[in-house]
Design a binder for this molecule. Structure first.
Ligand code: MLT
Length: 261
């Protein structure tokens, strides 16, 4: 399905029982909503599940660039408005987690629960900012396929079939959309201060072998959110929902049922 919001076309899909609580899954970088297939299949008998492509990624258009992370949060709220979703649980992986955290900081009343997966609350360090700049250079010089191939070893523990499927998703993106996302993440605000103000159920999920947002970060984030719970996913790297969908889905659906049903 397609919606025009904030001057862009957003590609989205939803399903599940009409009166069920909403759950919105926000993908990471540089993926698209297809990364959530197994989670949608698991959740859609109990919840109304929304997935969408972030601007400039998947089938959603970029609009006028550059656009900061705030625009990605604007898009989420605009899509919710369009679909008449007053409140939803948010589940964000990595960049999706940055968006989810900023969304609850901006509009806490619109978020019913929060699952923060393989993500972090703080802004980019100087080192991370310079890495983004180098990444944009590589992306422009070598192109999307080579850039994505270079990322895969840090994303997935299982470098076989699941990594190949993820690479296909990644390589279907356009350079401009990816570059914009890098600049947006580079300039995002620090959301650490919101953590102890969160008053909805929170689950922090992290792959035990996550090299990009490792377990100590997840532990520190969970410790800052009053009453939150935390699950470490065995045999999983950064994209823990694809490395170990069984454990990931059990953790996520158990949490959402406890929080929303
Ligand atoms: C992601 O998976 O979304 C990225 O690792 C986020 C980032 O580059 O900070």
């Amino acid at each position: 399905m397609r919606a025009t919001v904030n001057g862009i076309t957003v590609d989205y899909e939803f399903g599940g029982p009409k009166k069920a609580p909403w759950v919105t899954l926000i993908h990471g970088f540089p993926f698209n909503r297809a990364m959530w297939k197994s989670q949608v299949d698991t959740l859609k008998s109990t919840f109304r599940v929304l997935t969408y492509d972030l601007r400039g990624l998947g089938k959603s258009t970029l609009g006028k660039a550059p656009q900061p992370l705030e625009a990605y949060v604007d898009d989420l709220f605009a899509l919710m408005d369009r679909l008449k979703i007053s409140k939803t649980a948010l589940c964000g992986l990595s960049m999706g987690g940055y968006i989810a955290l900023r969304a609850i900081e901006r509009e806490p009343a619109r978020v019913s629960a929060l699952a923060l997966c393989d993500t972090r609350p703080d802004a980019d360090s100087n080192e991370a900012k310079l890495k983004r700049a180098a990444g944009i250079k590589t992306l422009r010089a070598k192109g999307v396929p080579a850039f994505c191939r270079g990322m895969i070893p840090n994303l997935m523990l299982d470098q076989g079939k699941p990594a190949k499927a993820l690479l296909k998703i990644m390589q279907s993106n356009k350079a401009d959309g990816m570059a914009n996302a890098l600049v947006a993440m580079q300039g995002r605000s620090d959301c650490t201060a919101v953590l102890d103000r969160i008053r909805v159920p929170v689950l922090v999920i992290c792959g035990m072998e996550d090299k990009l947002t490792p377990l100590p970060l997840a532990a520190a984030m969970a410790a800052s959110v009053p009453g939150s719970s935390r699950v470490s996913i065995p045999n999983a790297g950064h994209v823990s929902n694809l490395d170990n969908p069984g454990d990931f889905n059990r953790a996520l659906s158990g949490f959402l049922k406890g929080a929303l049903c």
